[in-house]
Design a protein around this ligand. Structure first.
Ligand SMILES: C[S@@+](CC[C@H](N)C(=O)[O-])C[C@H]1O[C@@H](n2cnc3c(N)ncnc32)[C@H](O)[C@@H]1O
Length: 256
């Protein structure tokens, strides 16, 4: 077994996170730069240290998860969501069941609530948002963001749903109330069913082909027929019919 393989085994036992399902070269590079910066010589050395040090374990988790996000990421796709996807879904169902999977620090589920509020009252909106990383979830619940996270937010939405406090922007309670955050590991936990919309963006790029295949299959089973999977802008699915999905628009897939 290589040094890295032993590390993967030990981390799996300790945290139940299976690094073998993440692309190896990429993950190794990120973790090597972290342990070298900390003065360790090998993955085994690094594991022995983080096994005894909660702060170091948190740093490792932080490095492996990559929480970069922003509101209305790839703004044009959100226009399609607003003008094409939501109107169609709402014709079939007035109260949509929505899941933002791997939601990081909350920008994505809050953007969903804000976009959907152009069609229905906030009292009718309820979004489940999940991530593997509890620190990210805590930040999401706090709902406070630097100005740069809001670069793509339409002006009317910015005025309506954020309180500006110096260089920080706080999401208003009326929006926060529409989102329920939970911890969920896409590679291990069970998936809820009957979703109208699943949004999972900018996380599949980190997984192996085998892991992706399993996740797309799970997403497909979790969507009701006619429901939509919205993916990231580098993450198109090459063989959607394999998962009973059809292209509805670029980066939007409809369950058959
Ligand atoms: C780059 S962020 C994407 C955030 C948001 N979806 C977006 O597109 O802006 C990737 C997120 O995936 C989460 N993640 C990584 N592995 C995961 C897993 N196995 N299950 C659930 N979330 C995971 C990370 O914690 C991180 O918050």
């Amino acid at each position: 077994m290589t040094d890295y393989e032993q590390f993967v085994e030990s981390i799996k036992k300790k945290t139940r996170i299976d690094l073998a399902l993440y692309k190896e070269a990429q993950m190794k590079r990120r973790l090597t730069s972290l342990y070298e910066k900390k003065g360790y010589k090998s993955f085994i050395d690094f594991y022995n240290a983080l096994d005894k040090d909660r702060a170091l374990l948190d740093e490792f988790l932080d490095r492996m998860t990559i929480n970069v996000s922003e509101f209305y990421r790839n703004g044009k796709r959100w226009e399609v969501l607003q003008n094409k996807i939501f109107p169609r879904l709402l014709q079939q169902n007035k109260k949509l069941k929505i899941w933002s999977a791997a939601c990081s620090t909350g920008e994505e589920p809050y953007s969903l609530a804000m976009t959907l509020s152009n069609h229905v009252p906030l009292s009718q909106i309820s979004i489940t948002a999940t991530d593997l990383d509890e620190n990210a979830i805590a930040k999401a619940k706090a709902g406070v963001y630097p100005e740069r996270s809001l670069a793509e937010v339409p002006n009317d939405i910015k005025e309506k749903y954020f309180d500006n406090d110096g260089s920080f922007y706080k999401v208003k309670n009326e929006i926060k109330k529409t989102v329920t955050f939970k911890k969920h590991n896409l590679l291990k936990d069970t998936y809820d069913q009957n979703y109208d919309l699943i949004v999972c963006r900018n996380v599949m790029i980190y997984f192996t082909e085998e892991a992706k295949d399993q996740i797309y299959d799970n997403f497909s089973k979790s969507l009701r027929s006619g429901g939509v999977l919205f993916v990231g802008s580098t993450e198109q699915i090459f063989n959607p019919s394999r998962y009973q999905l059809d292209i509805e628009d670029t980066f939007f897939y409809r369950k058959l």
